[in-house]
Write a protein of this length. Structure first.
Length: 119
């Protein structure tokens, strides 16, 4: 992925992938840096907002995490990952009713995706 960025510094999939990888390795500042670069290149990319939100959540930047994850859900309302992460951010913010709502939405969307008919 780093080689892809050398060839094209605005390659959003590489930026998102590197953000995820850094976060998994608990390199949260680097994860946030890659994620913010992805959002700057493509402000309408749901995955970019998702990784920014998750990086902020890992760094305990709760208001920023909530704002970014709300954008991710708005851009991709059928993404279980976005709803799950937003629920976690709401819980961290002490917004228990919002967290419950997002976890229910996560369950609903996940069931839809996993159902044979897609409904």
């Amino acid at each position: 992925m780093k080689r892809a960025l050398e060839l094209d510094p605005s390659h959003v999939p590489a930026l998102v992938t590197l953000s995820v990888s850094c976060r998994e390795q608990e390199q949260f500042d680097a994860a946030l840096d890659y994620a913010l670069r992805a959002v700057k290149v493509d402000p309408d990319n749901f995955a970019a907002h998702l990784v920014v939100g998750r990086a902020h959540l890992s760094l305990e930047h709760i208001p920023q995490a909530v704002a970014e994850l709300e954008k991710a859900v708005k851009l991709a309302p059928d993404s279980p990952d976005a709803h799950y992460s937003l629920g976690a951010a709401y819980a961290a913010a002490g917004r228990s009713q919002d967290a419950i709502r997002e976890r229910a939405e996560f369950d609903r969307v996940k069931k839809l995706i996993n159902s044979p008919s897609g409904k």
